[in-house]
Design a protein around this ligand. Structure first.
Ligand SMILES: [Zn+2]
Length: 309
């Protein structure tokens, strides 16, 4: 399968500060892993900036202006909340992360490639339309889904999220919109506190909470028995993946015990869903993952599966 890898060096310049888990070294570790010989077949490109029009499909104008207006001097930082911190390069990084999601959709929907993977940061799935949260500034997965609808006429988009944290932001974007399906497995209870099974939107949200300590077998069962069948019933015209790797057993921010082989298995299953309903169109976006070694090997397993499935 032809797979497009999108990134940008500006995503390394978003620096929430010493000791912050969402650090530039995360992206360095991912990009280093994807330099291995087995990934020579990836098509590589720089992410453009998202445009105002693309951001406005999800975020109100005053929110966009507020985020882009925060440009601390080099070395300074502005804390938007206890976790979400902007440095000099953060606004530019956020524009590139959202822009990668958009051009990944363009490339896949035009048939230029079968799949796209966006190795970018800051992540996006906690950002609500009008509120930054949980290391996230713009809701990249939601921006991708809206772009597919507005620019490519894709009516039904599924956003699937296997980050260990619930994507409250993505859910908030779509909870009243039956044309977008949001499917998530996540540790519960855990940050951000949302994602209970009874949160079902207009029948378009499926949350499968997993207890702390749940292992790869429990993770696979959740997807095999609940999330994948629901995705098949929804029959998406495009699959957007919020690919966080912090459900890994080594991750310091949560207590699930998922492994590389489980991420690879799920990736392959998601590609099969896409093959059944939309010609295999998958756009995957990096979300969390805070153990650098586990993040690198898990992302490699994910991208390997995107290339093979
Ligand atoms: Zn996470």
């Amino acid at each position: 399968m032809s797979v497009l890898l999108l990134s940008h060096h500006a995503c390394l310049a978003h620096d929430p500060g010493e000791g912050h888990p969402e650090c530039p070294d995360r992206l360095r570790a991912v990009l280093r892993a994807l330099e291995a010989e087995e990934f020579a077949g990836l098509i590589r490109d720089d992410a453009p900036r998202a445009t105002q029009e693309q951001l406005l499909r999800v975020h109100p104008q005053n929110y966009i202006e507020a985020i882009l207006g925060i440009r601390p001097a080099p070395g300074d930082r502005v804390a938007l909340d206890g976790d979400t911190i902007m440095s000099h390069g953060s606004a530019e990084a956020a524009l590139r992360a959202a822009g990668a999601a958009v051009v990944g959709v363009d490339a896949v929907c035009r048939g230029e490639v079968q799949r796209a993977f966006c190795a970018t940061r800051p992540p996006g799935h906690h950002a609500e339309p009008g509120r930054p949260m949980g290391f996230c500034l713009f809701a990249n997965a939601a921006i991708a889904a809206r772009h597919a609808q507005a620019a490519h006429g894709v009516r039904r988009v599924a956003v699937v999220d296997f980050d260990v944290h619930h994507g409250n932001g993505t859910q908030a974007c779509f909870e009243a919109d039956a044309d977008v399906f949001y499917a998530s497995s996540h540790q519960f209870p855990c940050y951000p506190g949302t994602g209970a099974a009874h949160e079902t939107g207009v029948g378009n949200i499926l949350n499968v909470p997993l207890p702390p300590g749940a292992d790869g077998a429990a993770f696979r069962t959740a997807w095999r028995d609940h999330l994948l069948p629901a995705l098949d019933r929804f029959a998406p015209g495009l699959l957007v993946i919020s690919a966080g790797f912090d459900a890994h057993a080594r991750d310091p921010l949560a207590q699930l015990r998922v492994r590389e082989a489980d991420f690879a298995w799920l990736t392959t299953e998601l590609c099969r869903v896409a093959e059944r309903h939309c010609g295999g169109k998958v756009v995957s976006l990096l979300e969390g993952g805070y153990d650098l070694e586990a993040l690198a090997s898990s992302t490699a397993a994910h991208v390997r599966a995107l290339m093979r499935a």
